[in-house]
Design a protein around this ligand. Structure first.
Ligand SMILES: C[S@@+](CC[C@H](N)C(=O)[O-])C[C@H]1O[C@@H](n2cnc3c(N)ncnc32)[C@H](O)[C@@H]1O
Length: 351
């Protein structure tokens, strides 16, 4: 990750949004590099239901013929820890990547790297590469339309969060908009988050997966999965989706190092970047559909109505066991909820 060492959070100067965002999250004292970790501030699917999610990921890895799971943007390694106790994940290699040193709670068998560039090629070989809520935290340029109809880069003062309009957008940004973010009906004050940095990161992962496959001569598959808040070309949000999260609350996106800054992902554009980098197949769907296919919430599956105390056996399934099952059902229901986590986008690409 880049960082603005001596200049971390300059207070007297407005920066382009992507620079302020990068410093606030990944600078030396940034939200992700030095903070208490994602789980202290917001709830992802792995915090909501680690066990069922680990089962689904293990099933996906098996279905795709993968021999390992590589979790990029692994937080404190919560998904990997859940995979170590998941019977269906037995025998899968496990490796995590995030911008912090190896979390102490990680079992010894799990590998760890502190950046993508330092991740050993072997960790990619035959792996299901998972990027769960990673891309929405990749900083990107923000544009706003001024009163003359010109798209300009938005600048922001770190710490105060006060914004100014900067230079007109460059050709590369405008090209991206022409392809991915229609502006015909745009009005003064409308905003765009330029997705190119997310696409570059994803394309780089596809290239790494393909290269490690070639060099290791592995017979296993390489598959990449991105799961995130998303929007598509036919329905981009006119005001953009830049937002802040702190201590479980939605707050103004102030790049002050205490707040997570996030923006939804143009997952269709990410998919095209993956294809350009060499992905040979693409599937874009929603989390509810994907997890249901993997047996969560389906009849007889985990968290399903059948996963209840059978009538006539009240003693065996009473007390703690009944409570455990109830908790499991509500956790799976949260993962599948179409009004929340269930609507997340799933992008699955094979290499
Ligand atoms: C929203 S959290 C998600 C954590 C976890 N995947 C989950 O679902 O609970 C995003 C994580 O991605 C990490 N991250 C962002 N950019 C990264 C990069 N280039 N390399 C490694 N980790 C990154 C952040 O540090 C953060 O821990």
């Amino acid at each position: 990750m880049g960082s603005l060492h001596a200049e971390w959070l300059p207070r007297d100067q407005a920066l382009p949004w992507e620079e302020a965002w990068q410093a606030a999250l990944y600078g030396p004292e940034g939200f992700f590099t030095a903070g208490a970790g994602p789980a202290a501030h917001f709830r992802t699917a792995v915090h909501a239901a680690p066990g069922p999610l680990a089962t689904a990921v293990a099933r996906l890895a098996r279905r795709e013929g993968c021999t390992a799971v590589l979790d990029i943007g692994a937080g404190r390694g919560e998904l990997l820890v859940a995979l170590t106790t998941c019977p269906e994940a037995a025998g899968l290699g496990l490796h995590g990547v995030d911008v912090i040193p190896r979390p102490p709670e990680l079992p010894g068998a799990v590998g760890w790297s502190t950046c993508i560039e330092a991740t050993p090629p072997a960790a990619f070989a035959g792996a299901l590469v998972v990027a769960w809520e990673l891309l929405d935290d990749v900083p990107c340029p923000v544009l706003e339309r001024d009163d003359d109809g010109v798209w300009r880069r938005v600048l922001v003062h770190p710490v105060s969060g006060i914004e100014d309009l900067g230079d007109p957008a460059d050709e590369a940004d405008l090209d991206w908009c022409r392809r991915w973010w229609p502006t015909d009906a745009a009005e003064e004050g409308d905003r765009i988050e330029i997705g190119r940095p997310r696409e570059d990161l994803w394309g780089g992962l596809v290239l790494r997966a393909a290269a490690s496959r070639r060099s290791s001569g592995t017979t296993g598959s390489s598959v990449l999965l991105a799961v995130d808040y998303r929007h598509e070309r036919s329905g981009r949000p006119p005001a953009g989706s830049l937002a802040g999260y702190r201590l479980g609350r939605l707050v103004p996106p102030v790049p002050d190092g205490t707040t997570n800054i996030t923006a939804h992902v143009a997952l269709d554009a990410v998919a095209e970047a993956g294809a350009r980098a060499g992905a040979t197949s693409t599937r874009l769907t929603d989390q509810r559909t994907a997890l249901t296919e993997l047996g969560l919430g389906s009849p007889g599956g985990m968290g399903s109505p059948g996963d209840e105390p059978p009538s006539g056996e009240p003693h065996e399934f009473g007390g703690e066991e009944a409570l455990r099952r109830l908790a499991g059902r509500s956790a799976v229901a949260e993962l599948l909820d179409p009004g929340s986590l269930g609507s997340f986008g799933w992008l699955l690409q094979r290499v």
